[in-house]
Design a protein around this ligand. Structure first.
Ligand code: TXA
Ligand code: MG
Length: 318
């Protein structure tokens, strides 16, 4: 978008948000469905449109740490992570921090599902950053898809989810990371990884100097969105497949992928490229007339942890 056109679009988005309406925003991870996080009625529209259970809280998006300090307690560790990963001059990565919230808050309790904690992140994308600076309030924004479906990495994918009910969209092109933010809980004695995502466990451990505990999904009532079955494709999904069955399409990975693989997440075996392609390719394969989708093994380190997490949820029948 040209800068003048973008300015007009951002002004329009601001007006809609002030009016209590929803706006679709790009981020570096996936597209978000944003509402004024201080407006209960606006937040209700998110839950309705997504068909999301009201016990599942939303992430607050802010322009900087300063905007979040008004209603969230930052421990020294939280400051350290924010300074490292929310800093566009340094190492900006998709990281959501779950923090204790201050008692006195203007945030919608509905958006926080009534919890005493709040999830917050600074997106690394010029469009939402500009919007947040102009709007001057936090934006509650889940991924812009119907609940339990694959997150959208383009405006086309958002339209597939919401059709004629799609709110006004700010188009920021294809999302560069392609997987949702990593979520860590800083409200317990030790930091806990609630959701692997676009920032790797290794990157976080380098900063905090200790190994990060991984939350076991069943005990993880803290992030109810992390249900076992999530990101549901229509076709059955089989993982770690080397020989696909007759009638299955194959999602390959790496140079060892057979030449008849329908799509390849990354021909060179680059996990960053694979993460960026994952949701888009799953959508394409899900629209095929095949019997099922077979996925080749993906190494379980770096971004592979988040890729395998999403694939497992998409394959789960529970
Ligand atoms: O990359 C992302 O994080 C994207 C973009 C749009 O920012 N957003 C996103 O939001 O993935 P959503 O709503 O699809 O996933 C947010 C997850 C949910 O699993 C929710 O349960 C969890 O964050 N969550 C929100 N508040 C929480 C809290 N206070 N404690 C624990 N988990 C929380
Ligand atoms: Mg989501």
């Amino acid at each position: 978008m040209k800068s003048n056109t973008l300015d007009i679009a951002i002004n329009h988005a601001c007006k809609l948000l002030k009016n209590g309406d929803l706006v679709v925003i790009p981020t570096e991870t996936v597209y978000g469905l944003a509402a004024d996080a201080t407006n209960d009625q606006a937040v209700t529209k998110i839950y309705e449109l997504k068909n999301r259970p009201s016990f599942n809280p939303l992430i607050m998006h802010v322009a900087d740490t300063y905007q979040a300090e008004k209603w969230a307690h930052f421990s020294p560790l939280a400051y350290m992570l924010a300074e490292t990963f929310w800093n566009s001059n340094y190492h900006h990565r998709p990281l959501t921090l779950v923090l204790n919230r201050k008692k006195d808050t203007s945030l919608s309790h509905l958006a926080m599902a009534g919890l005493d904690t709040v999830a917050v992140r600074v997106p690394n994308h010029p469009i939402p950053l500009k919007l947040l600076k102009r709007f001057q309030k936090p934006l509650a924004a889940p991924s812009a898809n119907r609940s339990n479906h694959i997150s959208p990495t383009s405006t086309e994918a958002v339209k597939e989810s919401f059709g004629t009910r799609t709110p006004f969209m700010l188009d920021g092109g294809v999302c560069s990371v392609g997987l949702e933010s990593t979520i860590i809980d800083l409200t317990t004695d030790e930091p806990v990884l609630l959701r692997p995502g676009g920032t790797t466990k290794e990157e976080i451990e380098k900063v905090i100097g200790v190994s990060l505990k991984i939350s076991t999904s069943s005990s993880c009532i803290k992030a109810p969105g992390m249900l076992k079955r999530h990101y549901a494709p229509v076709h059955p999904l089989r993982l770690n497949v080397v020989d696909p069955l007759d009638g299955e399409v194959l999602l390959g990975f790496g140079p060892q992928s057979p030449s008849d693989a329908t799509l390849n997440l990354s021909e060179t075996g680059d996990l960053r490229e694979a993460a960026a392609n994952l949701f888009h390719m799953l959508r394409i394969l899900d629209q095929s007339t095949s019997k099922g989708i077979a996925v080749m093994p993906i190494p379980n380190h770096g971004l592979g942890l988040a890729i395998n997490d999403r694939l497992k949820r998409a394959a789960s029948l529970e």
